[in-house]
Design a protein around this ligand. Structure first.
Ligand code: NAP
Length: 309
């Protein structure tokens, strides 16, 4: 029987593991399908306090894991497939095996939102990607025109990163103003290698018949009308969706699938706590996820101590 199982291994998960490990609870961390979470796909993280020169996203996560393991956290290369929160101890199905646990900290984060247009699925890995840091340096993108879709910090980061590889970067956004933070927006719009394409949406990605990306069809939302923009790659950065499918029906969430925290990091199920992007549609920062992971761990520890009194 486990005392604490942390589901997920991003900033929220590893911080929760660090705090519960230091409380001698020997947390078991299920790393999930993307160990280290979304931050491992970022190049440089400039806004995590304590790193004045910035820190590589993968390195930051590796350090968090090492720190938590130093105090007794255990990492498992596995993913939870099913949970039963109807009675305690809670039952988790993990890679086909059953695990029982007194408390759970959900830190499953979020995954990339898809555009949902024709061509997107068929051309994934053939020019359509959701991560410039992972794929931007591939030969198929070198010295080619590339399209980034989105107007947030992720889209700006992707566009800036891609200027190292592409011949020109088109930033396609559905409005005429970026959502990104001021510093990222300014950096992006002042970069001569990036050309914004305002008030436009991608309606189709071409060309599945050639089995590679050759361009995108665009619709101008104000003027109307469609056009084709030739490119060799489409980098989709239109936000995220919470990774909470396995908790549906088990725990309270909003209509978009974000788990609803109650009083800090508690949930409507006593003994189940939540932290990070799977419960946060507002801030979604590495440092806020870490902070919430800390809160979830403290709540879990208090919950267990109150029961054992
Ligand atoms: P985001 O801030 O939610 O931005 C998503 C962007 O995609 C928005 O510009 C949105 O347009 C657009 N969009 C959404 N659905 C679309 C669709 N179906 N078709 C076309 N466009 C669509 O997401 P994000 O950029 O991934 O950032 C997530 C969080 O991580 C934010 O809090 C951000 O600050 C943080 N982050 C920070 C950094 C950094 O500090 N360096 C880097 C990456 C991410 P609208 O603007 O019209 O809504």
């Amino acid at each position: 029987m486990e005392k604490v199982v942390v589901i997920g291994s991003g900033c929220a998960g590893w911080t929760a593991a660090l705090y519960t490990a230091r409380a001698n609870l020997r947390p078991l961390v299920l790393l999930g399908n993307q160990p280290g979470g979304l931050l491992t796909t970022t190049s440089i993280v400039e806004n995590f306090p304590g790193f004045p020169e910035g820190v590589d996203g993968y390195e930051l996560m590796a350090r968090m894991q090492k720190q938590a393991e130093r105090f007794g956290a255990r990492a498992s290369f596995s993913a939870a497939e099913k949970v039963d929160f109807s009675k305690r101890p809670f039952a988790l199905t993990v890679d086909g095996e059953q695990i029982e646990t007194e408390t759970v900290i959900i830190a499953t984060g979020a995954s990339h939102r898809r555009l949902g247009v024709p061509g997107e699925d068929l051309l994934e890995t053939k020019g359509v990607t959701y991560c410039a840091t992972c794929d931007g340096a591939l030969p198929m993108f070198r010295n080619q025109p590339l399209v980034v879709v989105g107007g947030g910090d992720s889209a700006c980061e992707e566009a800036l990163y891609l200027t190292r590889f592409g011949s020109e970067i088109f930033l396609v956004h559905r409005r005429n103003m970026l959502r990104a933070s001021k510093i990222m927006a300014e950096r992006t719009l002042s970069n001569p290698g990036i050309k914004p394409v305002w008030d436009s949406v991608v309606t189709e990605i071409l060309d599945p018949i050639q089995d590679k990306v050759t361009g995108v069809k665009l619709r101008h939302l104000k003027a109307g009308g469609e056009s084709v923009l030739n490119c060799a790659g489409v980098f989709v950065a239109v936000g995220h969706v919470p990774s909470t499918d396995i908790f549906k029906g088990q725990i309270e969430m909003d209509t978009h699938g974000y788990i609803l925290p109650r009083r800090g990091a508690a949930t409507n199920v006593p003994g189940v706590f939540v932290a990070g992007d799977c419960a946060d549609r507002v801030y979604r920062q590495a440092v806020t996820a870490a902070g919430m992971g800390c809160a979830a761990a403290i709540e879990a520890e208090r919950f267990l101590s109150a029961e054992n009194q």
